[in-house]
Design a protein around this ligand. Structure first.
Ligand SMILES: [Zn+2]
Length: 178
């Protein structure tokens, strides 16, 4: 009798310690990529898709940031205080943008990186809101990602200040198998 109770408790504990984190990440990934025929993590061919078309495909939160250059509220993004090992891709098109090695703990309230994939991003002067800033866009789909500043840590001194909603994180195979 005692043994079977212990056995039951054992089963319950086991089901509580399943790797919920990676399951959630997979679910997040599926929700952003489903019904998006342009999403690819291997094809780097430039896309020329109208906003009318993106509006039908993207979640409203992502559309507002990526296609209308909105900014998510500081401290609210899913990758702000996140330090998983892996790669960051454009949530709109799947283009590779950042490696987790270049992410650093910034107090600004948005996920920050000191280096971007040179083939992943392009830059544009942004004079909106009475400020002189440099906007960072995805090189493949032209979506707004965030801004870049020159007050970052070594070795580059650069701070890519990104919106979490614009990023898709894919954990390294090793960390996923843990
Ligand atoms: Zn993109």
């Amino acid at each position: 009798m005692k043994l079977s109770i212990l056995f039951l408790i054992g089963i319950m504990l086991q089901s509580c310690t399943q790797p919920i984190k990676s399951q959630n990440l997979k679910a997040m990934e599926q929700s952003t990529t489903k019904n998006n025929p342009y999403y690819s993590r291997t094809d780097r061919t430039k896309l020329n898709v109208s906003n009318d078309e993106w509006k039908k495909i993207l979640d409203p939160d992502l559309y507002a940031v990526a296609r209308e250059a909105h900014t998510e509220r500081p401290g609210t993004g899913k990758y702000n205080n996140f330090d998983g090992l892996g790669e960051y891709y454009c949530a709109v098109c799947g283009n590779h943008l950042f490696r987790s090695d270049a992410k650093f703990a910034s107090t600004c309230g948005w996920p920050s990186f000191y280096e971007a994939d040179k083939e992943g991003v392009i830059y544009k002067r942004d004079s909106s809101y009475g400020m002189e800033r440099t906007e960072v866009l995805c090189k493949r789909c032209g979506s707004h990602l965030g801004h870049v500043f020159n007050d970052g840590p070594p070795p580059t001194g650069t701070r890519f200040c990104m919106n979490s909603v614009s990023l898709d994180f894919v954990p390294d195979a090793k960390s996923e198998a843990k």
